[in-house]
Design a protein around this ligand. Sequence first.
Ligand code: HT7
Ligand code: ZN
Length: 875
Amino acid sequence: APVIRLEDYTPPPYLVDRVDLDVRLEPDDARVASRLHARPNPDGGRGEFFLDGEDIELVSLELDGVPLPRSDYRLDDDGLTITSPPDRAFVLDISTRIDPSANTQLMGLYRSNGVYCTQCEAEGFRRITFFPDRPDVLAVYTVRIEARKSDAPILLSNGNLVETGDIPGSDRHFAVWHDPFPKPSYLFALVAGDLGHVADTFTTASGREVALAIYVERGKEDRCDYALQALKRSMRWDEEAFGREYDLDVFNIVAVSDFNMGAMENKGLNVFNDKYVLASPETATDTDYANIEAIIAHEYFHNWTGNRITCRDWFQLCLKEGLTVFRDQEFSSDVRSRPVERIGDVRTLKAHQFVEDAGPLAHPVRPETYREINNFYTATVYEKGAELIRMLKTLLGDGGFRAGMDLYFDRHDGTAATIEDFLACFAEATGRDLTHFKLWYRQAGTPEVTATGRYDAAAKRYELTLEQSCRPTPGQPTKEPLQIPIVFALIGPGGEEIEAPRTASPNVNGNLIELASPRETIVFEDLPGKPVPSLLRGFSAPVKLNANLSGDDLLFVAREDRDAFNRWQAVQTLATGILVDAQAKFATGDRPDLDPRFVDSLRRTAQDGDLDPAFRAQVLTLPSESDIARELGRDVDPDAIHDAGEWLRGLLGTRLGGELRDIYSRLGTNEPYSPDAESAGRRALRNTAMTLLAATGDGDGIALVERHYRNADNMTDRMAGLAALTRRPGAAADDALADFFERYRTDPLVLDKWFTIQATVPTPEALPRIVDLTKNPAFSLANPNRVRALVGAFAAGNATQFNRPDGAGYRFVADIVLAVDRANPQLAARLLSAFRSWRSLEPARRAAAEAELRRIAARDGLSRDTTDIVQRSLE
Ligand code: HT7
Ligand code: ZN
């Protein structure tokens, strides 16, 4: 596949102002008649008019009502070229035929469980009709859908409903939808099927009533209420936090069971993976509820950041995705707990984006080349993209940030914009020069910041030296220093924060250090005693910080820091040090030992009833195996890391046994389940306590978990019990798994949890069992949720077994990638990215993983998606 380059961007030679679509649906023969009102682009070059098209059959083609002679167009695998279009406005009528039932890629128009639905981002519209399928061609769409009433009583598209009716003398009916807002083709959507729905209304700040509905498979209507309420909370929040009101008369959401990603923000008609809509206390965990709320909000927020203002080209993907992730994170922080949200978001960032940045798939937040855009819906574009927005806000302050956003919405509404356009609004609104900041969008890799402090007691002076560096990433051997906002405080010996410490440094502004050079020393004067620095508060920049704090200082920060995030971070840093040492000992057959002061620190947090239980749960949750692997960076031995984690959790379960049992019994409740954040926080703490008690492996702990599983009256507790029981294979685990299957055998989304639990059992029994589960009638390689629940969870969440020293884990995943690739390349490519850290493994595993990557690379007929990932992984 050719390389597509940002520098080669040229405006489209022809624009399309209006699209009239007439779609007649049959399961394996859909006819699409498309009328395009096109004209030469005054800002574009002249020449041929290219319309993308893929896997569709051209039935007829007319220009201004006259069939176009064969000599006036070319048809090839990529699309249709009109060789000499008129130099004035013209109308193209294009008829195509497609087979929705044969569409296994889930891009374009396909059938999911009998429901017709579409997915057009990034390049799916070209699988429906011939069109200049690029985000800078914005048109107003009118869509007529016709289908058999028995097959599809519900007919939906973007915008407002303008007409419905029956086709006389047939069992067919139609609906016409009109979307007055110009949009790129990737935001087009159509859904038709026999669906149930729940409805509500929302009154906007200016008093307009919007009809809301969520459509789902019949019988699932009673699982939509949480999503519907989350939508209303999101709509209100966007008005209050960003001054953004909804703009159509209707807002529809549809949940489908076959979907490549989480959800899609099509204008006025969001399409969701049903996993992120359906919830009831018996079927969804607290994490599911939180994800539903965040994704409903995310897709809704795209209405302004993505839809009203879209991207000029796919290189600008972070313009909508990073910004919208930032907005959904802020929403969750406002409606839940801000520190707990931040801890969760940073855990996600480090687990996915930092790992991506450290491997062969590293790329800038705004990539400058790609071969397959589907492979750039990454943690870097989304999560690091959100961090860049957060840094911008930190640098400009709340008022400056809001002024920049307001200008952006004003100036670019109805257009396709770039990162340059976006940043120019902030520069103009605040008078700040953002030239240096822009480097964050171009430069890949996670910067490392090292801090060293020196206190001169006689002079009462504290010198803080900050140094930054960044390792090479593919295509970027040398790195420039970035502008890094470091929110900080100096903490005095009694735990008090030193107010506005005096410094002459021009790079310190209140509680913010702006580090812009490779090395900077800041001198603070008149200090009463030796301070302990609290740096990178709230994780103010996506960097790896080495604060060089002693164990005593970290214990002090864990106890005293007013910044909750840094208290949590100090405990994580201590735990990471303990686990890194312990894994080295396990690798050589030695026994590690544990500093009792660390245990005391956890005990204090565990017992502190003034703290939010959700925060206490986060402090008691140790770094993951992948956190430790990332910290090591090379010659990783997943077994040693796993042994270290088991050892530490078991020891904590024993040493904190009394406190944990106390938490467990105090937080038990007879109240009916409620998914709100506070109740979820109490469950999180109680389940964390239970998990640590179970880690001791003693009879009491196991008995407690068995009771916990059986007495659970909600899915959060049931899953926590099942997870704890299944970490040790045996009769208790098998009984619980059999019980779980029987309870939920008819519910595919819940059975996904059952697949995942078994996929992540960290013992050698796991792989043969997973192979067996691929033959279970409830499993299907055709459904992305099933594949991710079993195979994705194994590759991403079972480090010891995926990385089995005999290479069988890699072989299994590679076989599945190859099996899935022909039907669904996007899904296969995502699965394959689980190999992204292969170079950091110890030599034997590294060789085994490489052999599987090479086996995939050698396969004939591999998709562009998978070829791109495998080639970059091996480069
Ligand atoms: N903007 C959406 C991205 C998306 C997508 C991309 C490629 C292939 C399928 C897809 N489904 C959804 C979702 C979002 O980020 O909001
Ligand atoms: Zn998005």
